[in-house]
Design a binder for this molecule. Structure first.
Ligand code: ACO
Length: 371
């Protein structure tokens, strides 16, 4: 089988009104709005845009924010589950477990109507940050911090994580991080969610499929890989050696390359500026300088090796920003999920709306079986 078919490269599997991507020109738009133009909106507005198809007016936004903020709190059963999770587990595994538990106690359990699925979607968007933050507090011997209804989505997450209100810059970066992570067409995890939804399974199950798929190092797990890689490189003087060793060992460089973008990932461009801004506030840590140098060396070496540039993707400069924000690596992929849950749930709702079971076929390879 040729390699392109193997990875379903360029195959159109569904029609969507949610995201537009042009991998040649480097364009990403949510519901027709360029993602770079959404940077001054809140995650709450953007998640409304993705779920409902339009940016809310003032009164719709106020109602939506009230609903979201009222749903942030976790019941004691979820906290008990978090307490018995493995302290060393990646937060993605814990998120998967918590969503599975929450689904069984949802007031709309057994109701697969559009209204019930929309309510479940909003509850997941609201609760994901609380789950990840509470898990982090528990494994560090601290009590979970209750959500602060005065704070926006990103700021509240950082507050629940650290127990103190974030600075304006930290809050702004986290909000933008969630917006940039919110949606990306038929990426692997969204496809996994849509496949589950296409069987008419419930939306919680579909989102768990998305979580499991995002975790992989070729997808959202690259954010963790990129954070670990920055630690491994440690200093700007080690960049050249690191790249050389990767090329010799044929090892993939986390946070570089993309199936769809044949140019600079538009999200990486925004993250790069955010990481640079953070680096001005923190002269001691040279993460941004290491990252910039790594990008240059990867470009130079891959052009030499294969006459093509391998550009940084969304995960690379996100990892740099996380280093400045002191985000623990154990949480890095799950923070991607806090943003992406809006995209996953929007795609599930779209799938339910005009469903046909997604069921491709495999080509059987004949062989003579020996005993
Ligand atoms: N490091 C080194 N080489 C790379 C990288 C990389 N990060 N990415 C692609 N290549 C090379 C491959 O080795 C291959 O070279 P070859 O033709 O000489 O064999 C060529 O580029 C094409 O690679 P494919 O794997 O066919 O490209 P594909 O479209 O399947 O890969 C992927 C996309 C999986 C993202 C890849 O670029 C990769 O593994 N990147 C590292 C992991 C990563 O950052 N993933 C996050 C992606 S963004 C997201 O999911 C949120």
């Amino acid at each position: 089988m040729d390699n392109r078919k193997k990875g379903l490269e360029d195959v159109i599997a569904v029609e969507t009104k949610i995201a537009y991507i042009d991998g040649i020109k480097g364009i990403l738009a949510y519901r027709g709005i360029n993602v770079a133009d959404l940077m001054d909106y809140s995650y709450e507005e953007v998640s409304h845009l993705l779920l409902k198809g339009y940016l809310p007016d003032e009164s719709e936004l106020s109602d939506y924010i009230t609903t979201l903020r009222n749903e942030r709190e976790l019941d004691s059963g979820v906290i008990d589950i978090l307490r018995i999770c493995n302290k060393q587990a990646d937060a993605m595994d814990v998120l998967r477990t918590a969503v599975s538990y929450i689904s069984q106690y949802d007031a709309d359990y057994n109701d697969n109507s559009v209204d019930a699925n929309t309510r479940k979607a909003v509850k997941m968007i609201a609760k994901f940050p609380t789950i990840v933050a509470a898990f982090y507090r528990i494994i560090n011997g601290l009590e979970p911090v209750s959500p602060d209804s005065e704070l926006g989505h990103g700021a509240n997450f950082l507050y629940m994580l650290k127990g103190t209100r974030p600075t304006e810059l930290e809050a702004e970066i986290m909000e933008k991080d969630l917006i940039l992570s919110a949606e990306h067409g038929l990426n692997a995890s969204t496809f996994a969610s849509r496949i589950t939804a296409s069987t008419l399974s419930d939306i919680h199950s579909a989102i768990i499929s998305g979580i499991c798929t995002l975790k992989g190092p070729l997808h959202g797990g690259a954010r963790l890989g990129a954070m670990n890689m920055l630690d491994e490189i440690g200093s700007i003087d080690n960049v050249e050696n690191f790249v050389e060793e990767c090329i010799i060992a044929k090892k993939r460089i986390a946070g570089f390359g993309h199936r769809v973008y044949k140019t600079y990932d538009p999200r990486a461009r925004v993250y790069r500026n955010l990481a640079k801004e953070l680096s001005y506030e923190d002269a001691e840590n040279g993460w941004y300088e290491i990252a910039e140098r790594l990008e240059d060396v990867v470009n130079r070496e891959f052009v030499k090796k294969s006459a093509k540039i391998i550009y940084p993707n969304v995960d690379f400069y996100a990892a740099v920003a996380y280093k400045y924000l002191s985000i623990p690596a154990q949480l890095s992929t799950s923070i991607f999920a806090l943003g992406r849950v809006a995209g996953w749930t929007s795609h599930c709702l779209e799938q339910y709306e005009d469903n046909r079971l997604i069921r491709p076929r495999a080509k059987f390879i004949w062989r003579i079986y020996d005993k």
